[in-house]
Design a protein around this ligand. Structure first.
Ligand SMILES: [Fe+2]
Length: 398
């Protein structure tokens, strides 16, 4: 089979504001880059796990040895960017007289830091009314400087203008955005990721894989988002197994960080779909970590989508290393799902929804289905979903 042409809507715009700096030891550049942005008094956001693992300390030491001043430190951030903690962090930022943000962490830390920065920039003290504005905020203006150090290779939050926040549990996870909230600089320093536990390494990489796949099959995809998404898939297929075998391989860790940012940029331009909407609901109601929920849902949603149109999955299969020459489009698309499952198995991702107590009867699942149907990403899934489809996807993932 010859590759078909990847078609796209003949109008799109492309723009990106976050600068990416990649280097093992990139944190050494922090003071120079922050001073260029006009920041001197640092407010640092992280979480207690990273403090205990001495990862936050690696950045703190760099700040203390520099001309920057660490005036505020906030490590109460937990799984998911909670609105009460966003508000508390913003109050502390103001109290300590900070003029710039450094975030050290995964998606929850970086999204919390981005939301704090929005409150500081807008002079507000409560994020709740902003979270209800799904979509880009009106009359947005540039925000105070923010440099992010991702410590997981998965969310892409370091380059994304979107945030996923959790407030009122009945509303589930809310996706919102601000055109200036993506960090000014994403500093990709793989030395900060070598202590990441294997399980978290695996499921955060599957979050990046999901961003890449959902972006490539999305109706908003374009040649630029395709190039980033497909190469991110190649990198993850190659380097995730290597990192699982040799956790301290800094070069392989670096590739995963780059794939995460590439997939993040790809998805922020091409948008996502039903893997994320069903996973957001699982995170909100069953506390399943985001990357793991994506990993569980991904093969089932891929199969659901390819049954309507397998075309774009051909490219995904190719990027995954499947020999597609003698295959039909549908065979190649289904082979992509099998290649994904093989990867998941090889890195120990064998969980199902049953492991998290997700029930199978319709009545008990209805709150989950309602949240998924109302999620901001559902309308962007390339195949139209009915409630019964979502129910069926959850059953298949049990
Ligand atoms: Fe995600």
């Amino acid at each position: 089979m010859k590759h078909p042409i990847l078609s796209f809507e003949p109008f799109f715009t492309w723009g990106w504001r976050s600068k990416i700096m990649y280097k093992p030891g990139a944190r050494e550049e922090l003071d120079f880059e922050m001073e260029n942005l006009g920041g001197t008094k640092v407010f640092l956001c992280t979480d207690k796990g990273l403090v205990q693992a001495d990862v936050a300390e690696m950045v703190i030491e760099t700040i203390k040895a520099s001309r920057l001043e660490l005036v505020g430190f906030y490590d109460k951030i937990v799984q998911d960017a909670r609105i009460d903690l966003i508000n508390e962090g913003a109050a502390l930022y103001r109290k300590c007289g900070a003029d710039c943000m450094v975030s050290v962490g995964g998606g929850s830390v970086m999204d919390t830091a981005k939301a704090i920065n929005i409150l500081i920039g807008k002079g507000l003290d409560d994020f709740s009314p902003l979270a209800d504005q799904v979509g880009l905020f009106e009359d947005a203006e540039p925000l105070p400087p923010h440099i992010a150090f991702p410590t997981t290779a998965g969310t892409g939050a370091e380059v994304s203008y979107g945030m996923v926040v959790l407030g009122d549990i009945t509303k589930g996870k809310i996706t919102c955005g601000h055109p200036y909230c993506s960090p000014d600089i994403a500093m990709l320093d793989p030395e900060l990721t070598v202590n990441l536990p294997p399980k978290i390494t695996a499921f955060t990489a599957m979050d990046a894989m999901t961003h890449a796949i959902e972006a490539v099959i999305n109706g908003s995809a374009n040649p630029i988002s395709d190039s980033l998404g497909l190469h991110a898939i190649r990198i993850i297929m190659t380097y995730l197994p290597e990192v699982m075998k040799n956790a301290d391989n800094v070069e392989a860790r670096g590739y995963l960080l780059l794939a995460s940012s590439m997939a993040g940029i790809s998805m922020a331009n091409a948008l996502l779909g039903a893997v994320h909407s069903t996973a957001h609901a699982l995170g909100a109601l069953y506390g399943i970590p985001h990357g793991l929920a994506n990993s569980i849902m991904l093969p089932h949603v891929m199969t659901f989508n390819l049954e309507e149109d397998p075309t774009r999955f051909i490219f995904i299969a190719d990027a995954m290393g499947v020999k597609i020459d003698d295959m039909t489009a549908e065979q190649a698309a289904r082979a992509a799902v099998e290649a994904l499952k093989d990867l998941q198995k090889s890195v120990g991702l064998t969980e199902t929804l049953k492991d998290f107590g997700v029930p199978d009867d319709r009545e008990a699942l209805q709150p989950l289905i309602d949240l998924a149907m109302g999620d901001a990403q559902t309308p962007y899934n390339p195949r139209y979903l009915e409630e019964d489809d979502v129910y069926d996807l959850y059953l298949k993932a049990r």
